[in-house]
Design a binder for this molecule. Structure first.
Ligand code: FE2
Length: 259
C-alpha cells in the first residue's frame, strides 16, 4: 500500500501481560489485536506508528515477546519507546532497533518529509514519574540542531506538565525545565505526543501543543480529587491519527470496538 508520510498513528500503554492473564478484568492482547486490525483496515496508509511506552504491565520478557508477535501483524511501520512499567533491558532484548546506535536508551529518530519523528525515553527506573538525564537530553539537542529550521515532533511517555489529575500529576516528568531548555533553545519542535495518562487530552505547555491518547487497555477517570493510588476505569480505548501539514498538526482520537 502507498504510504502517506504525513499521516502517523499514535498508540500507547498497551500494558501487555503474559498469556492467560487479564489486567483490570480486560485482556490487553485481545485489545491490541483489535486495535491493530482497525488500523490495518482504516489507516494502513499511515507512514508511521508510534507506541509511547508501558508496553508491558510488569516488564517481563514473555509480554514483550507477545507484543512483538502482535506488532508483526501491523501493516504500518512501527517504532516504540518505554514507560515506567517497562524494563529497559527486557525491551532491548526483544526490540533492539528501538535504541539508536550507541544509545543506552530507547530513543530513536526518523527523518521524514513531513518532519522528524523523535522518540524519547523518559523511564526513571524505580519511579512512577519520568526523568530525562543529561545524556538523553544531549542526544535530543544534537538531533534538533541537525534539523535546523525543519519541524520536529517528539514522542515520550511522561507528560511534561500537570494535567489536573492529582494521582497522575504526582508522577509526571520530574525535570521538565531541562527538557524545555533544550526545546526552546532550538525552536523547531512543533508538537509533543505523550502516553502515561490513559486519557484523551489536548493542551499546551509553555506555548508548545501536546496531545495524550487513551490507553489500549484500561483508562484513568477524570478524577480531580483522589491523590493516590491512580484510579482506573473502563472508558473506551482509542488511538491517535495524526495529520501533519506545513500549516500545523491535527490529531483525531479514533475509537475501535474492543473485546
Ligand atoms: Fe500506563
Amino acid at each position: 500500500m502507498m504510504k502517506n508520510r504525513a499521516k502517523w498513528v499514535h498508540l500507547t500503554d498497551p500494558h501487555m501481560v503474559p498469556e492467560g492473564e487479564r489486567l483490570f478484568g480486560l485482556d490487553p492482547a485481545a485489545r491490541l489485536a483489535a486495535c491493530i486490525g482497525h488500523i490495518n483496515a482504516h489507516h494502513g496508509d499511515a507512514g508511521a506508528c508510534v507506541l509511547s511506552g508501558d508496553l508491558a504491565d510488569r516488564g517481563d520478557a514473555a509480554s514483550y515477546e507477545r507484543l512483538r508477535r502482535l506488532l508483526d501483524e501491523l501493516v504500518v511501520p512501527w517504532r516504540l519507546t518505554v514507560g515506567n512499567h517497562d524494563d529497559r533491558v527486557s525491551v532491548r532484548a526483544v526490540f533492539p532497533t528501538a535504541f539508536a546506535a550507541g544509545q543506552d536508551f530507547a530513543q530513536s529518530f526518523e527523518d521524514n518529509p513531513a518532519g522528524a519523528l523523535i522518540l524519547l525515553d523518559s523511564l526513571d527506573p524505580g519511579h512512577y514519574g519520568g526523568r530525562l538525564c543529561p545524556d538523553r537530553l544531549a542526544w535530543l539537542d544534537a538531533r534538533l540542531a541537525g534539523l535546523g529550521d525543519r519541524p520536529a515532533y517528539l514522542f515520550l511517555h511522561h507528560p511534561p506538565c500537570a494535567i489536573g489529575i492529582p494521582s497522575l500529576d504526582a508522577m509526571a516528568l520530574a525535570n521538565s525545565d531541562d527538557l524545555f531548555r533544550v526545546i526552546s533553545g532550538r525552536g523547531n519542535v512543533r508538537h509533543l505526543f505523550v502516553g502515561h495518562v490513559h486519557r484523551p487530552i489536548g493542551g499546551s505547555w509553555r506555548g508548545l501543543p501536546f496531545t495524550a491518547v487513551a490507553s489500549i487497555n484500561h483508562q484513568v477517570p477524570l478524577d480531580m480529587s483522589t491523590p493516590a493510588p491512580v484510579p482506573h476505569c473502563h472508558e473506551a480505548p482509542a488511538y491517535g491519527v495524526v495529520l501533519l501539514s506545513p500549516d500545523g498538526v491535527v490529531v483525531h482520537h479514533q475509537a475501535f470496538d474492543a473485546p
